[in-house]
Structure formats: C-alpha cells, structure tokens
Write a protein that binds this ligand. Structure first.
Ligand code: PAF
Length: 282
C-alpha cells in the first residue's frame, strides 16, 4: 500500500536511516513515469523505500497561466505509484518546499541552462535545479531516476550532483514511446487529433539525422536535409534540430545526442536519441 505524505517532517521521519530511491515528478503520471519508478525499485532493491514526489514546482514556470493550467490528478497519480510498488507518494504544498524563500538555496546551473530549452525558457533550469536540490536534501536518496526524454534536465541534474558532491546515483532511463514512436509526455494530451498525427514526425526527424550520419554525411548536411523534409509539414514549427556531445557540448567522434524541439499548435514538444559520430561527420 502506497502511503501519501504531505509534510517534510513526516517524510523525513519515514525515510530516516533507510535506503531510499527517489523519483521526482510534477504529477500527471504516465507510462514514462511508471518506467522511472520500476527502474528505481530495481536499482535500489526490494528492501529499500521508493519515494515518488509529486510537486508542481512554481519556480520553473515562466508564467502563471501555464502553472495554473498544469494538470493535477493526485488520485490517478497515486494509482500509478501503487501499481509500480512505490512505498511513498510525497505531495507537499508550496510552503513545505519553499518555507521561507530566502532559506532555500538557489542553484544556478551555468551556461548549459541557457541553450536549447533554456534559450526559450529563461530561468526554467534554475527553478528545476533549485527544486531538485531541495528534494534531494529532503528525501536523501541513494538512487534517483530521471527520464532521458528531458535530456537537458538530466544532464543539468548530473552536473549539479557532481558539482555539489551530493552522494546519489543519478540514473538516466530510456524514453518510453507510443507505438508510432512519439515520446510519452504529459503534454501529448493537449494535442488535437490532427496535431497528434503529426507529432511522431519529430521522432522520424531524429532517425533521419541518425541514418544520414551513419552514411557518413557531415552533421550540417544531415540536419539541413532533414529540415528540408520537415518543410512538408508546415504545422510543425521547428525550434531546433541539433547534434551535440553527450554532455551537450561540441560534438566529437564517438557517442552523441540528436535533439529536437518544435511547437505543434500550442504545444511545445521535445525529443532526442543517441547516435554515434565518425570522423567524417564532424
Ligand atoms: O521533470 C519534471 O517533472 C520536473 O522538471 C522535476 C524534475 C520534477 C522538477 O520539478
């Protein structure tokens, strides 16, 4: 039976002295989150406590409308946690997480927070890094799982954990996809039927770039020809399609990441896949 806890004090008492695995979410849970919980349990072991946090973090939203519109359904979230044998759902209020704003250490992730998603969402990753640091402080996990779907977020979390020497293993969990390739996301439910039909083209675009890299085309060529192909779908408003190193720096031969972001109607979608670069690509 999954226990719902709402206060920091109660949560800290429940995890005190125990081995903990933590999955941080903003709720609206789907199969992608279920996979994070499963992976967390598998890594941390059956005797450990798996905590899923559900907290719609105000400091990572640029405007209040988006914050207010964010889907909230605790009962359905708890059901998914229960099905995936989470022990605790921690669903605190804003005042629990930010009791006296000045007392919560603000984390500024640096340059990596200003590219890709950060370029169009100033302050977003400072909000994410600050709340993740606070949730790590509260839950004190040995293991925490983040989805590769939000690859930049995962990279930033890895960076702050390293920089601040936080003793936690950060596990990146592979993106869970619908049968047509669309990466699972709580935003998908905001797509109209027509928009939903177009959305898998983002995954197709990533795979097109990857296929051309495998044929030894230079990165610029692989990207420009994929952007040309995307012109057939003018409803997809591309923000970026790019290839970067696994730590989101300049790409070099070896493992790399293809990343895409686009707006379809009112909904901004992101996705990414791994690829391998040869000398001819860079
Ligand atoms: O990925 C999310 O849901 C959020 O950014 C996170 C990590 C829970 C921080 O609020």
């Amino acid at each position: 039976m999954t226990k719902i806890i709402k206060t920091v004090t109660e949560l800290q008492t429940a995890v005190d002295g125990k081995r903990v695995g933590a999955v941080f979410t903003m709720g609206a849970l789907h199969q992608g989150h279920a996979q994070l919980i499963k992976q967390c349990r598998e890594t941390v072991g059956k005797d450990a406590i798996v905590v899923v946090t559900i907290f719609v973090n105000p400091t990572q939203f640029e405007n209040n409308k988006d914050l207010e519109k964010y889907p909230r359904d605790l009962a359905s979230d708890v059901e998914i946690c229960e099905q995936n044998s989470a022990d605790i759902v921690f669903a605190p209020t804003v005042d629990e997480i930010y009791p006296l704003k000045t007392l919560v250490k603000k984390i500024e992730p640096g340059e990596i927070a200003n590219i890709l998603e950060g370029a169009s969402r100033p302050g977003h990753f400072a909000g994410v890094a600050t709340v993740v640091n606070r949730l790590l402080e509260i839950t004190k996990p040995s293991v925490t799982c983040f989805g590769e779907k939000d690859y930049q977020q995962l990279t930033i979390v890895r960076e702050i954990v390293k920089e601040l020497s936080i003793p936690v293993e950060v596990i990146g969990v592979e993106t869970v996809r619908e049968s047509d390739g669309l990466a699972m996301s709580s935003r998908n439910m905001r797509l109209s039927e027509e928009e939903r039909a177009l959305a898998p083209h983002l995954y197709d675009a990533l795979n097109r770039v990857k296929a051309q890299l495998l044929e030894n085309h230079p990165i610029e060529k692989a990207i420009s020809s994929t952007i040309e192909w995307m012109a057939d779908f003018p409803e997809i408003e591309l923000d970026y399609l790019t290839v970067l190193s696994p730590s989101l720096g300049k790409p070099v031969p070896g493992l790399a990441r293809v990343l895409v972001a686009a707006r379809i109607g009112d909904v901004r979608l992101i996705d990414n896949i791994e690829c391998e670069l040869a000398v001819a690509n860079v």
